[in-house]
Design a binder for this molecule. Sequence first.
Ligand SMILES: [Zn+2]
Length: 170
Amino acid sequence: MFKVEFTRSVKGKHPIARFRLNREECNTYCYVGCGRKDNNITYYGCNQCKGVDRNAKGCKQIHLNGTVIVNGDPSIGHKEGCKALRTAVVHAEDYKRRASKEVRVGTTTIGNARLHNHSLMLATCDEADVDETETRKSWVLKSLNSRLNKNKVMRVASITETGDLPQELK
Ligand SMILES: [Zn+2]
């Protein structure tokens, strides 16, 4: 039986479904619609297929009942050139996103968000069953720093309305 995991979507209201092809690779799927006759069945399309030519047509679709894939082997039927994601990269990305969010909402400094989420990311490698070495490599500080700095600038704009600088900028 093939099963997906659901993860929260950043933009949409529907979660992203993730299917693991093996320890190293996975595909992510976004919501396309639900069954006309049977509302328990939902349709999800492969994001990596969509990445091949930005065209939704011909993308691999999976049909889900809950978390169970009911239309056969999800590794078959992808567009030519559809490249699966690395699970370690996806894992690192989850924690980068968390760090980013913490900075944006102002609950922590950039340095703390980075340290805290880096250690959480490594501590959860076993549980998530991803390669720790590859996860470490995927935590690229340069891109993360620029993302966090951008978020800080966005946040500061609203905070300075009170006339006070946040502690970490003093
Ligand atoms: Zn695909």
